[in-house]
Design a protein around this ligand. Structure first.
Ligand code: ZN
Length: 239
C-alpha cells in the first residue's frame, strides 16, 4: 500500500492574526496545533506537507494550489473559531456538501475533539457564509476544523497551554489515522540518548531541499554530521 498523504493548511499568519480572544491570536494557536498534528501524523508513517512552520503569511490563494499539487488523501485546514458575542463554544468542522467521505472525516474529528471536553457542534456543510476554498477547491478528502472558540471563557481551558495544544493536534492526527485506516502511533520512543550541540539551524520549507542542504554539508565536512529534523522537534534546554 502506498504511503498516505495529508496536507495541513495552517490558518492565517503574518499580518493576518485571524480571530483574537483570551489573550491569544488564532494564527498562533493554529500553528501550534498544526505542528503537533503534523508530527503525530509523521510518527504514524503518513507523508505530510504543512503550509507554514512559522508566523508568516501564506493565505488560501497559496495554500490551495500547494495542496492540490501535493495530491493529498486528506486535506486539512486548522482554525480556531470566534463568535461576535463571545458566547459560542465547542468544536465544529466543515465538509463539501453531499460528500459522504468528507462528512465521515468531519464527524470523526468532531467526536475526537469533543472527547477532550469541548462541546460538539458537529460536522457542517461548507456553503453560504461558510463556503471555504480550502474545503471546496482542494482535492482529496478535505476538512476545515474549527478546534474551539478563541473568545470563549468556556473553551479557554482546553487550549491555554502548549500541552493542551499538543493534545488537540494529536487528537486531530488520531482522527485522520482512524479515517484513513492507518494505525496511530502515539509517540516515537526516545532514540539515542545522545545530545547534539546545534551551532546553526537552516530552516527550509521543503524537505527535499533540506535533505540536499544537509548532504552538501556532510560532503564538505566529513567530520560533521548534518541531518534533517522538523523545527518543532528542536527543544532548547535551559542550561
Ligand atoms: Zn480562521
Amino acid at each position: 500500500m502506498s504511503t498516505e498523504k495529508v496536507y495541513i493548511g495552517v490558518a492565517h499568519g503574518g499580518a493576518d492574526a485571524g480571530a483574537i480572544g483570551n489573550g491569544f491570536r488564532e494564527s498562533d494557536l493554529a500553528l501550534r496545533v498544526s505542528l503537533h498534528c503534523d508530527k503525530a501524523l509523521r510518527n504514524s508513517g503518513i507523508a505530510t506537507m504543512i503550509s507554514r512552520i512559522s508566523d508568516v503569511s501564506f493565505p488560501s490563494t497559496q495554500k490551495i494550489p500547494q495542496a492540490n499539487a501535493f495530491k493529498p488523501d486528506v486535506c486539512l485546514d486548522i482554525h480556531f473559531n470566534s463568535s461576535a458575542t463571545g458566547s459560542g463554544n465547542g468544536v465544529e468542522s466543515f465538509y463539501t456538501p453531499n460528500n459522504a467521505e468528507e462528512a465521515k472525516l468531519a464527524n470523526i474529528l468532531c467526536a475526537g475533539l469533543s472527547k477532550l471536553g469541548l462541546a460538539n457542534r458537529g460536522a457542517k456543510p461548507s456553503q453560504g457564509a461558510f463556503s471555504f476554498g480550502m474545503v471546496l477547491n482542494t482535492t482529496g478528502v478535505s476538512n476545515l476544523v474549527e478546534c474551539a472558540f478563541i473568545n470563549s471563557p468556556i473553551d479557554k481551558k482546553y487550549y491555554d497551554t502548549e500541552e493542551k495544544l499538543e493534545l488537540i493536534g494529536r487528537t486531530i492526527a488520531k482522527g485522520v489515522c482512524e479515517y484513513l485506516g492507518v494505525e496511530f502511533v502515539d509517540a516515537l520512543p526516545e532514540k539515542t540518548g545522545l545530545y547534539a550541540v546545534v551551532k546553526q539551524v537552516i530552516a527550509l520549507r521543503d524537505k527535499d531541499n533540506a535533505r540536499s542542504e544537509a548532504g552538501i554539508h556532510n560532503r564538505a565536512d566529513p567530520n560533521s554530521f548534518y541531518y534533517v529534523v522538523s523545527v518543532d522537534e528542536i527543544k532548547p534546554l535551559r542550561l
